[in-house]
Write a protein that binds this ligand. Structure first.
Ligand code: ATP
Length: 205
């Protein structure tokens, strides 16, 4: 492998960012020897068109707070700064322009790997980067099905290993809507931001 930087790409809605995202990034950074991980909040995720998403300004602030103590984690606004549609396959060339010699790994939870065949042009996507995947107990990986849908995908994947966190932004939003607090489900600074801005309360829906 040539000597360019090794960069992890963690795209997501981050609505809100939580320990599951940070743990995925940390495991990839450790196990693949990455130089850095770019956190790439998406403007309007193509697969969440019918769902109300928190304003991008709040999500950017929350990601900044979530990663503020880790010099290897970097907020990158390339995806949310561009016009829709926000597919990953068209994001990669923009990131390539900014990092011409980099080796890219797209970091994914097992649920996202399972759904990858439904993304825009997955074959083209895996020709542009490797995939680093942390399996999630709630989304078992069916390699046969994946290979049928996207031939060659298995050889494009580096599996991460380690304890898994059964935590999702959806579960956290539901929990908050029920009137609970999010302390200990996500970084303290993010929990405080959510409280301060009264995010994820039923009255804001
Ligand atoms: P939502 O519940 O709103 O769909 P999410 O928690 O899955 O959100 P996203 O921002 O959509 O978070 O996900 C970004 C990436 O992080 C995806 O690849 C997803 O699989 C991964 N991810 C999220 N939570 C975890 C977790 N607990 N463990 C491993 N990967 C995770």
């Amino acid at each position: 492998m040539s000597t360019g930087p090794k960069i992890g790409l963690l795209g997501g809605t981050f609505d809100p960012p939580h320990w599951g995202h940070l743990w995925l990034a940390e495991l990839a950074w450790q196990q693949l020897g990455l130089d850095k991980v770019l956190f790439l909040p998406v403007g309007q995720p193509p697969h969440k068109r019918n769902q109300e998403i928190t304003a991008v300004s709040h999500r950017l602030q929350m990601v900044s707070l979530a990663i503020q103590n880790n010099p290897h984690f970097v907020l990158d606004t390339t995806d949310c700064d561009r016009p829709a549609p926000h597919s990953t396959v068209t994001l990669l060339p923009l990131l390539r322009q900014a990092h011409p010699n980099a080796h890219f790994w797209l970091l994914l939870g097992g649920d996202s790997l399972r759904d990858l065949p439904t993304w825009t042009d997955p074959a083209q996507l895996i020709s542009q980067c490797r995939l680093a995947v942390l399996p999630r107990p709630e989304a078992m990986i069916d390699w046969e099905q994946l290979e049928t849908a996207v031939p060659g995908i298995q050889t494009a994947v580096d599996l991460l290993s380690g304890p898994t966190l059964s935590l999702s932004a959806t579960a956290i939003r539901t929990w908050l809507k029920e009137g609970h607090t999010a302390h200990y489900l996500l970084p303290t600074a993010v929990a405080s931001y959510i409280t301060q801005h009264q995010l994820y309360q039923t009255k804001n829906d």
